[in-house]
Design a protein around this ligand. Structure first.
Ligand code: ZN
Length: 201
């Protein structure tokens, strides 16, 4: 089963994390896992054409490999956030190692925003990040663009339920290339028709 909406239990466990945006007339588009040679240029071009600003949660190691793409993301007015150094799963990583990965990634990314890969984080990691004033950002709507069994038509259909204040997740990841390139422009059009604007986190 695909859970497009974030579970209430998690919202209760991590109350000071960001789950939704404050502006109910806006949506908050986010792209995880980049930068990537395969998709970042396409995403940037698509956002520019649509006059949309977004937030990119980047993997430190990818920033290290593609500093020019990372720079371009920021030069084009988008916001960046941390998504660990090597896309670690918090549930499978010791708290100290996890923190170290976040710190190392931030030496490339320099952002107070952080999104845990897979949305998976332990309470201990959560409190340690919070102590460092790192703002954890989850989401309220997940596109499942990374799922090869999900057709892009389904993403577009599910996008009809998006409302103001929603934080949307797509992926700047070669795995998502087909679904993303087949759905992003139409999803943006649909949200424009709903008279929603786009904001960064
Ligand atoms: Zn990720």
């Amino acid at each position: 089963m695909r859970i497009y909406r974030s579970p209430l239990l998690l919202r209760w466990l991590f109350p000071s994390a960001i789950w939704k945006g404050d502006d109910k007339r806006a949506v908050y588009l986010t792209f995880d896992d980049g930068p990537s040679e395969a998709l970042t240029p396409w995403i940037l071009q698509t956002l520019k054409k649509a006059e949309v600003k977004a937030t990119f949660f980047c993997v430190g190691n990818n920033v290290k490999k593609h500093p020019e793409l990372f720079q371009q993301i920021q030069e084009e007015g988008h916001r960046v956030g941390n998504h660990t150094m090597h896309h670690e799963n918090g549930m499978k990583t010791r708290a100290n190692d996890y923190l170290q990965s976040v710190d190392e990634a931030n030496s490339f990314i320099h952002s107070p925003l952080f999104r845990p890969p897979y949305g998976k984080i332990t309470l201990r990691q959560y409190f340690q990040l919070k102590k460092r004033n790192i703002q954890i950002v989850f989401w309220s709507w997940l596109s499942y663009d990374f799922d090869p069994n999900q057709a892009s038509e389904k993403v577009k259909m599910k996008a009809k339920s998006i409302k103001g204040g929603d934080i949307l997740v797509f992926h700047d990841n070669p795995k998502s290339a087909e679904t993303l390139t087949e759905s992003l422009e139409e999803v943006i059009q649909l949200l424009n028709q709903k008279r929603l604007t786009f904001k960064t986190i």
